[in-house]
Design a protein around this ligand. Structure first.
Ligand SMILES: NC(=O)c1ccc[n+]([C@@H]2O[C@H](COP(=O)([O-])OP(=O)(O)OC[C@H]3O[C@@H](n4cnc5c(N)ncnc54)[C@H](OP(=O)(O)O)[C@@H]3O)[C@@H](O)[C@H]2O)c1
Length: 314
C-alpha cells in the first residue's frame, strides 16, 4: 500500500510517499481501507521531533491519528463490524498510521460513519471532537447556564468545543481573529473576541471554565478571567503552573485525548442529526501531506485539514 512516512525527524520535506506492507490484524482489530485522514498539530510536532525525549517512535513512522474508511477485514473476536461497513475513528497519536491506504485498528476505537457525512467530513471529527468532549465534559463537567471561555475557537478543537458547549446549554465566549469572527459566531458563540483588537483579559470576568488550546503566557491571563475555584482546562502539556493556579484560587486540568469508539458513536449521532458540523479548512491528496503540514504549522487552520487517498489500492 502507499503511505506517507518520515524516516528521520525534521521539516515537512521529511514526509515521503512510500510503498509499505499492508498491516496485518490481531483478533480484536479491523483492517480499514482509508478514504480520508485528518491532520492534527500533533502530527507535525512528532515529525519535527518535539516529543523525541519522551516518546520513542519507531522510524520510519507513518503519522496520523484519525481516519474515515471502509472495513476490509475483521479479526476473529470482532462481531460489531463487518467488511463493507463505513467507519471512522482514531488511533492514539503516538501509534500513528492514518496517512496510509490501510490501517489496522482496535474495534473499540471506531464507530459507524455518520451517513450524511462524506469520508472527508467524517475524518475531520474524531481526534479534535473527542478532545473537545473530554475537556468540556470529563474534566469540566460543563452544565447548562455555566459560562466558558474557549480560546482558538476557529481551530480544529475549538470549532467542536463551541458547538458542544452550546449543545450543553452553556454561555460561550470565544477568541479568534478578524477573518474567523463570523465563522465562530455561526457555530453558536454568544460573544466573539477578536484577539487582534481586544485583550480578552480586559473584558472577560467570572467564567466557570476556560478551554486553553494555546498555553504560554495566555494561561496566566486566562486564570484571571475565572471565578474563584473555576477551572482552566489546557490542551498543552505539561499543564498549567500549579503554584500560580493555587495562588489565583483556580483549579487546573490537562487533556490527553484517547481513542473511544462508544463516544465516537455518540458524536456520529449528533453529526447525523446535523446538530454538530465539521468545518473543513483545506483538503490535500495524500501525496501532498508535506503541504498539509506547512498549512497546519502556520497556526491559521480554520477547522480541520484533511488528506484524501485518491490512489487506487494495489
Ligand atoms: N492534549 C491533547 O490531547 C490535545 C488534543 C488535541 C490538540 N491538542 C493541542 O491543542 C492545540 C490546538 O489544537 P487544534 O487542532 O485546535 O489547532 P489548530 O487547528 O491548528 O488551531 C488553529 C487555530 O488557532 C487560532 N489561534 C491561533 N492563535 C490564537 C490566539 N492567540 N488566540 C485565539 N486563537 C488563536 C487560529 O485562529 P486565527 O488564525 O484567527 O489566529 C486558528 O484558527 C494544538 O497545540 C494541539 O497540538 C492537544
Amino acid at each position: 500500500m502507499k503511505a506517507i512516512r518520515f524516516h528521520q525527524y525534521g521539516g515537512p520535506e521529511q514526509l515521503v510517499l512510500d510503498d509499505v506492507a499492508t498491516p496485518g490484524i490481531r483478533a480484536n482489530e479491523v483492517l480499514v481501507r482509508i478514504h480520508a485522514a485528518s491532520v492534527n498539530p500533533a502530527d507535525f510536532k512528532f515529525r519535527a521531533g518535539w516529543f523525541r525525549d519522551f516518546v520513542n517512535l519507531a522510524l520510519p513512522f507513518i503519522p496520523g491519528a484519525d481516519f474515515s474508511g471502509t472495513v476490509e477485514k475483521v479479526g476473529s473476536q470482532v462481531d460489531d463490524f463487518k467488511p463493507g461497513d463505513d467507519v471512522f475513528g482514531m488511533r492514539d497519536v503516538q501509534a500513528g498510521g492514518s496517512y496510509a491506504q490501510y490501517i489496522a485498528v482496535s474495534s473499540d476505537a471506531i464507530a459507524l460513519k455518520p451517513k450524511h457525512l462524506s469520508h472527508a467530513q467524517a475524518a475531520a471529527v474524531p481526534l479534535a471532537a473527542l478532545t473537545a468532549w473530554s475537556a468540556l465534559f470529563d474534566h469540566a463537567q460543563l452544565k447548562q447556564g455555566q459560562r466558558i471561555l474557549i480560546h482558538a475557537a476557529s481551530g480544529g478543537v475549538g470549532t467542536y468545543a463551541v458547538q458542544l458547549a452550546k449543545l450543553a446549554g452553556a454561555e460561550v465566549i470565544a477568541t479568534t481573529s478578524t477573518p474567523n469572527v463570523d465563522l465562530v459566531r455561526s457555530l453558536g458563540a454568544d460573544q466573539v473576541i477578536d484577539y487582534r483588537l481586544v485583550d480578552f483579559a480586559s473584558v472577560v470576568r467570572d467564567v466557570d471554565v476556560v478551554l486553553d488550546a494555546l498555553g504560554g503566557e495566555g494561561q496566566a491571563k486566562s486564570m484571571s478571567t475565572l471565578r474563584q475555584n473555576g477551572l482552566i482546562v489546557t490542551l498543552q502539556p505539561p499543564g498549567v503552573d500549579a503554584a500560580l493556579a493555587q495562588q489565583m484560587q483556580v483549579r487546573t486540568a490537562l487533556v490527553a485525548v484517547c481513542a473511544n469508539g462508544t463516544r465516537t458513536a455518540e458524536l456520529a449521532a449528533l453529526l447525523d442529526k446535523g446538530t454538530l458540523k465539521p468545518v473543513i479548512d483545506q483538503q490535500f491528496p495524500l501525496a501532498d501531506a508535506a503541504q498539509a503540514h506547512v498549512r497546519s504549522e502556520s497556526g491559521r487552520t480554520r477547522g480541520k485539514i484533511v488528506l484524501t487517498m485518491d490512489q487506487e489500492p494495489e
